[in-house]
Design a protein. Structure first.
Length: 78
């Protein structure tokens, strides 16, 4: 069997890697001091929340509680 050589649809996509535009995008706007401070504050708030949840949650996750050795009054026969 022979293969027919047909033009590939959208052949311009194959040439896209060679295409260079002479139009430059506009420069990015610099963030203002308020925006930078807001980003820092948001980041610090998220980190503080994670650290706080670990600090408050660690006692609940510990397994060395003396509750295993305690007996209720009902089990003592009172």
């Amino acid at each position: 069997m022979f293969r027919r050589r047909e033009p590939v649809p959208f052949a311009f996509l194959a040439e896209a890697d060679r295409f260079r535009s002479n139009v430059t995008p506009p420069p990015r706007e610099r963030a203002s001091a308020g925006q930078i401070a807001g980003r820092w504050l948001l980041g610090l708030t998220i980190v503080a929340g994670l650290v706080g949840s670990l600090v408050l949650g660690m006692p609940a996750l510990s397994t060395d509680t003396p509750a295993q050795h305690q007996q209720s009054q009902a089990s003592q026969g009172r």
